[in-house]
Every structure is written in C-alpha cells, then in structure tokens.
Design a protein around this ligand. Sequence first.
Ligand SMILES: [Zn+2]
Length: 150
Amino acid sequence: MIVRSGREILSNGARLSGQSLQPLRTLLAGEQELTIRELIDEQRRRLDSRNPLERFAAAMLIPAVLAERLAGLADRQVGQLLLDEVWPRLSPVAPESTICLHAADRLRGSPKEECPTCPKCGSEMILHVGIDEPDFLECALLRCGLRIQA
Ligand SMILES: [Zn+2]
C-alpha cells in the first residue's frame, strides 16, 4: 500500500497512542496547520526523541505530510528550501554541496533586476523566496541583518 498523506495513515488506523503523541496526531490530521519550516523542525526534533513511536513518526509519517506540502510549492520555493535547509547540512568540500547549490540556483531562477543596496549599510541585498511568508530582501552583511519585504 502506498501512503500518500499523514491523514491517510490515520484514517487507515494508525496505531499511535499515548499523551505525548497527541500533538502529532493533531498535526497529521491536519487540524493544526504548521508551516513547512515548522514541519521540518518537528521532524528533526522527533528524530532525536527517546520515544520510539516519536522516532517512527519522524521517519515514516511526517515525511508523508511534508511531501504533500512540498508538492504545492513552486520550483523557486523548493530551490530556496534546498538553499536554507539542505545545503548548510552538507560538507562544503563534498560534491553534494556543489550539486545542491547548482540545483538551488536553477530552481530559484535568475533575478529579474539587479540586487538593491541596503538602505542601512550600503551592502548588497539578497532576495529570499518566501516559503510560508512573502518574498523578502535580506542584507548580505550578516552583522547588519536588515530584512525588508520584496
Ligand atoms: Zn545592511
């Protein structure tokens, strides 16, 4: 049987029980709308759980919900997620890092205009494609950190 969503898992009689899993049942039932980044954090957090059922959820159930949500994103948003969530976890000297950056750049596309200048410090502003929020520009200078809506 191919499981397409967390909701389907539950409707097919998932055997989740116990109080610590109530938030997960709610999450998978779609009653609590988490953002995609919250789902990613939730999966990472549960992978480290001491509770084997929570680890099972992180390994088997949350990915199904995440996949369903990713299917609704535009290519440029998937590219941004690669850049924000995947690439930083790769070794910078491994070929996977180069391939991931290349894929992220392709998916995000090339900017239509030149990058604007930060009004606070004069550095370049970098466009971030919004996932759960509107697109925004962020100053390339880390210590400045100015963010403005694109
Ligand atoms: Zn700045």
